[in-house]
Design a protein around this ligand. Sequence first.
Ligand code: NAD
Length: 421
Amino acid sequence: MLTDHSSDEFNPWRNAEIRFNQAADRLALDSGLRKVLKTPTKELTVAIPVVLDDGRIEVFTGYRVQHSIARGPAKGGIRYAPDVTLDEVRALASWMTWKCAVVNLPYGGGKGGVICDPNIMSEIELERVTRRYTSAIIDIIGPEKDVPAPDMNTNERTMAWIMDTYSMHKRETTTAVVTGKPLNLGGSRGRPEATGRGCLFVTKEALKTFHIPPTKARVVIQGFGNVGGMAARLMAKEGIRVIAIIEVDGAVYNDNGLDIEALMKHKKATGSILDFAEGTNLTAAEALFLDCDVLLPAAKENVISQETAPKINCKILCEGANGPTTALADSILRDRGVFVIPDILANAGGVTVSYFEWVQDRQGYFWNEQLVNQRLEEIMVESFRDVSQYARDHKVDNRAAAYMLALDRVAFAVKLRGIYA
Ligand code: NAD
């Protein structure tokens, strides 16, 4: 029962487990298959000795977990943080398996992490850590094995170092070993905008189910960073009214729709979205509970909980962030009739364009931005429809449908491949 986990409401790994179990129960997966789907295929822990700038030697710890390779190479980011744990990396790797399966990419799921604090490290120390970590995991990564990408505290610079280190060892330039690379090193056009753009596509599909024309829709967005800022910008361009933006220090509101480009300039100039001439300041809580058509959390996890879910006032919840809703809040939203576009679908635009990057690298043939966006739209819209159809067929909510569809697809691949002995 969900209530058994109430003390763990904010534990994202517990939430992932609850949703896995619910989907596996609904699919009546047998216990053997459940074990296969749950157990990570490979986990590697490595020591990363590095000479620091002051001459001292430090030994960092790194992880790479491949949760599943049933549908293709493992895919997932690498995060650098002082508190990364193997458990966290494991859970994030499984999350990637379900996300890739829900948008039907030919990938499994993986994730990596290095216990370090990038805020107190120099660029050269970060480069040394990255290169030594890459050489330590080199046997298990590769374009056909496991394709890392950026995550918390890593970026395209980090990906360039990984690609270079891998290529030096292999004696050939292998751009497809990582995604999220700089554009002139095999990166894809449209990647920085991809997650926000994916949110736009699925939001437009959801609005259709409510017969709300985009130009009549009122949207509240939490987070004005890569995902939230991009989604806001793209929505505004399409005439969708973004009536409030919520940031760490408060929110800004204009019922006629905020001028997003002007707000971006204001934030750049002042360091905050507050005191914007064409908007009114609100508290973050006031804005989160505004009456709106779409609420798009794109900041952090656990924003919608047992406590906040009863006060949410949107028709559609588009989960741009990973894990913005706790498992205990799911039933509250369902009972209140909120149409949820679950994170493993809503924010899959990022990994989808990462997939395009990998495809382009392997072909050595690069697409223009229009083609990237068009193919992203096809995949996001088709995935939205798959999940909606699955929800209707099985009479479950969208989150349950997304998890069931993902588990079903991975289970099917496992069954087709058989258990090698
Ligand atoms: P980001 O750091 O670029 O932006 C996050 C923004 O949220 C920042 O502007 C930050 O100030 C704001 N924020 C932080 N705490 C907040 C709070 N309590 N209230 C309001 N605003 C707050 O990060 P991002 O890349 O946009 O990622 C946002 C979320 O989307 C994360 O959950 C991430 O895992 C998820 N996500 C990102 C991508 C991607 O491609 N960037 C892909 C999939 C999922």
